[in-house]
Each structure stands twice: as C-alpha cells, then as structure tokens.
Design a protein around this ligand. Structure first.
Ligand SMILES: Cc1cc2nc3c(=O)[nH]c(=O)nc-3n(C[C@H](O)[C@H](O)[C@H](O)COP(=O)(O)O)c2cc1C
Length: 223
C-alpha cells in the first residue's frame, strides 16, 4: 500500500475524482492507493469436511474478477472464548487475528444453524473482537453469502451474522444479497457451478463484491 493523492486512480476506478467534497480545497484528505492484487480472507461458517459452503466458496473464488486473490482463514482450533484470555491471548488466537488483519477484505460463506449463525463461527468472531479496543473486524470490507439445503438459503442466519458484524463496525456490502439453496451437484469437485443461471448470478455477486471492496478501501483511509 502507498499513500496517494486525492486525485489518484485506484485499480482503474476514479471514485475519488467524482466526489465533490474530496476535491474541496478546504478538506484535503489523503487516500490510500492499494496495489493489487487485493487479498481476500475467506471465512467458511462450517467445520464439516463435506461442507456445501466450502464447495460454494471454491466456486466463488473462481468466479472473481482479475486482481483478487483468496486465502482461507481457519478458526477450527480456537478454544471457546472467555474474557479470562484477554490478559494473555493464546497464540492460536493471535494468529487468527493476524490473518484477519492482513486481509484487504473478508468473504463470509456460511450455513444457517437453527435460524442463526453457527456457534463456531460466532466464537471466532468473538475472539477477533477482543481484548476491548482491539477489534480486528472494524472497517473491513465484508461480503456475506451462504448455502443451505433449505428453501430460504441461509437468509435468517445471514441476518444474525450481519447484526454482529454491524456492531463490530465492519463495512458490509448490503446488496446484492445471495441466498443459495444448494441442490446436490450444484458445484462439482473442481469448483465449477453446474447451473448456468446460478453461475451467472454468483459471478455478478463477486464482481459487485470486488467493486465494493475497492470503493470502501478508496473512501475510508486504512490506518
Ligand atoms: C445444527 C444444524 C442446524 C441447522 N439449521 C438449519 C437452519 O436453520 N436452516 C437451514 O436452512 N438449514 C439448517 N441446517 C441444515 C444445513 O443447511 C445443512 O446441514 C448444510 O449442509 C450445512 O452447511 P455445510 O454443509 O456447509 O456444513 C442445519 C444443520 C445443522 C447441523
């Protein structure tokens, strides 16, 4: 990352140029130019080896525009959080927070558990939010998507996740929403989407998420 002028172009986008208050002489601000590729941390809300959400995540990373790279952020080894850890965070939790902090953006791909987000995922988010004042989620560009076998495709679970991310001051893409009802074989072993309509929709979702990430990183200087 390098600091750039307010008139700099960012990955081909000229958002700052179009903003009248960014151009104001009275209100000069520095913006940050991110040098691509953007690094996106993928957080899968399921610990299952057979996870359909992992399959979905594999498909999504293949449908993203150029200039975006993905790495999974694992949280499977985190113990259950309690605030007694705050004085001396375990290495596994420090590593988890470092991985989140290193990402330019985060993509949550999660099932719905009992009309909420899965407990293991909530535990990981809690770890990232503490100790008080060291919340790693703040200002991160975030995308949320999920797959379930049920007809509402994780809609309620995503709302629970969004509520938590909102409190933690993450910068969530609110539209388009994406609730995927997973049918067997929707994503093959190579990560290809077998339904052309769904593939097209997911590609549009990833394009929107990429544009949103650039926009957030453009207008919100990152410290
Ligand atoms: C504890 C539990 C709770 C579940 N609750 C819901 C639910 O609220 N809504 C839903 O659509 N599916 C629910 N399911 C079904 C999941 O959608 C299905 O198991 C899915 O495959 C989980 O995602 P995964 O394969 O990525 O682990 C639940 C499954 C489990 C194990």
């Amino acid at each position: 990352m390098v600091t750039g002028s307010v008139f700099g172009l960012i990955a081909g986008y000229s958002l700052a140029k179009r903003s009248p208050w960014v151009q104001s002489e009275r209100m000069k601000i520095d913006i940050i130019e991110h040098e691509g590729p953007y690094q996106v941390g993928v957080i899968i809300g399921s610990l299952s080896k057979e996870s359909i959400n992992r399959r979905l995540a594999n498909a999504l990373t293949g449908l993203a525009p150029e200039g975006f790279e993905f790495f999974e952020i694992s949280y499977a080894d985190l113990p259950l959080y309690n605030r007694d850890f705050d004085a001396d965070y375990p290495q596994v939790a420090l590593d988890f927070k470092d991985a989140v902090a290193s990402a330019d953006a985060l993509l949550f791909v999660t099932p719905e558990y009992n009309r909420s987000l899965p407990g293991a995922l909530k535990n990981a988010i809690d770890w990232g939010s503490r100790p008080w004042g060291q919340n790693v989620w703040a200002h991160k560009p975030v995308g949320v998507i999920g797959a379930s076998s049920g007809a509402i495709g994780t809609a309620v679970g995503q709302q629970s996740l969004r509520s938590t991310l909102s409190f933690l001051n993450a910068r969530q893409m609110s539209a388009p929403e994406a609730y995927i009802q997973y049918t067997p074989g929707l994503v093959d072993d190579e990560g290809r989407v077998t339904n052309p309509g769904t593939e097209d929709f997911l590609r549009q979702f990833m394009t929107a998420f990429a544009e949103y990430t650039v926009r957030v990183l453009t207008v919100i200087p990152q410290s």
